[in-house]
Design a binder for this molecule. Structure first.
Ligand code: NAI
Length: 385
């Protein structure tokens, strides 16, 4: 039985190895191991080794969610990272049972483990329960949604030099869910912008730029029209920029940003924006690098709580047919490995995905191929080895 300590599971096991099969990171042995140089490939060792597994909440979600998250779990395990997955159900099926698409036990599991890998969850349009995704982000206080969009080798797209990251404020704006009917035929929907949330996302964007050796942050706004709301957002971005003189700072109106992203995407580096603009522009960015099936994202909160998921939805049109492209969730899992400081495994997964895309032999339908979800996943696992 493993001991659960914080977000790790620790257990001892007996391990037989030689210099070529010697366990390396990410299955981290705490016992004393002879360095590679001290044993040849024939030397056999047996040792009781302390293994550390990451405890991760796994939310398969709706539609293609279970298929693509299962693919990501297989790839993470093939990359040699020891994980214990705590599987949690959330989504439409939970509403009848619990009255909410996100039962408390899902929230408690993520708070305990601090890391979650999530599949897409469907949301009814216009009526019905409120979005499980918005509920998860709010209840877990996941205030920053980070979506990298980078040209991938071998993927047909309009540009070959895109490498930008959208940092989207995740907690307020028009997503506060504050709407009411003023009189029949007139609805008021409230856009909430607070100094606290803007300063927090501004600081996060500049910290992200510094940590990831980026050069520039672009603040995207519509302060010419929403002078108070977007004016406050801009004021906070300028304060965050003043605290980080190493990073270049610029501002751009959201409509001009759309045009510039389509015409000159290479000019952007890190982009920070409110919730609605971030929702729209991150899909635009996905389109620049080959579509939704390839775009990963992370939702970051305080105290290391983080949830990783693809940008795409539950794709009900292809659900359960082994047709979905799992790459966006696999790349989200690579972001998760990076967050867990499994840097080598994260890079290996990224490179394996790039290799499969470049070879172009095992591509799913959305990428112009005929491979199934299982076939492309198998190809990525082979590319890891
Ligand atoms: P969608 O992203 O599910 O599908 C749009 C189109 O892209 C469809 O033709 C679909 O087949 C295709 N597609 C999406 N992901 C794919 C993949 N991995 N491989 C191959 N093709 C893929 O968007 P849609 O139809 O607007 O939303 C469906 C449901 O998903 C809705 O209930 C929506 O609320 C939910 N959704 C959930 C999200 C989340 O959980 N983060 C994000 C976006 C939508």
């Amino acid at each position: 039985m493993p001991h659960i300590i914080g977000r790790y599971a620790l257990f001892y096991t007996e391990c037989h190895y030689n210099s070529t099969t010697r366990p390396v990171n990410p299955v981290r042995p705490a016992g004393k191991l002879p360095p590679h140089g001290e044993c040849n490939s024939n030397t056999q060792h047996t040792e009781s080794i302390l293994f550390m597994s990451h405890l991760i909440t796994l939310i398969p979600g709706d539609g293609i969610g279970p298929e693509v998250t299962e693919a990501a779990v297989r790839v993470v395990e093939a990359a040699g990272v020891s994980c214990i997955w705590e599987k949690m159900d959330a989504g439409a099926d939970m509403v009848n049972k619990y009255g909410t698409p996100v039962p408390d036990e899902v929230i408690n599991s993520v708070i305990k483990n601090r890391v979650a890998l999530k599949g897409p969850i469907a949301t009814p349009i216009g009526t019905g329960f409120s979005s499980a995704n918005v509920t998860l982000r709010k209840r877990l206080n996941l205030f920053a949604n980070v979506r990298p969009a980078k040209t991938l080798p071998g993927v047909k797209s309009r540009y070959d030099n895109v490498d930008l990251v959208i940092v989207r404020e995740n907690s307020e704006d028009l997503y506060s869910g504050l709407e009411h009917i003023v009189v029949p035929g007139v609805v008021e929907s409230l856009k909430i912008i607070s100094e606290t949330a803007c300063l927090r996302i501004g600081k996060y964007a500049f910290d992200y730029a510094l940590r990831n050796k980026r050069k520039k942050v672009t603040a995207v706004h519509k302060a010419n029209i929403m002078k108070l709301a977007d004016g406050l957002f801009l004021d906070c971005m300028r304060r965050a920029a003043r605290d980080c003189p190493e990073i270049q700072y610029e501002e751009m109106i959201v409509d001009a940003t759309c045009m510039n992203m389509v015409m000159h995407p290479e000019r952007f580096d890190v982009m920070v924006m409110e919730n609605l603009y971030g929702d729209i522009l991150s899909d635009l960015a996905s389109g620049l690098v080959g579509g939704l099936g390839l775009t990963a994202s992370s939702n970051m909160g305080d105290h290391g709580v983080a949830m990783f998921e693809a940008v795409h939805g539950s794709a009900p049109d292809i659900a359960g047919r082994n047709l979905a492209n799992p790459i966006a969730v696999i790349l989200s899992a690579a972001l998760m490995l990076q967050h867990l400081e499994e840097t080598e495994a994260a890079q290996n997964v990224q490179q394996a995905v790039e290799k499969v895309l470049f070879e172009g032999k095992h591509l799913t339908g959305d990428l112009g191929g005929k491979a199934t979800t299982n076939e492309i996943t198998d190809a990525i696992i082979r590319a890891l080895q």
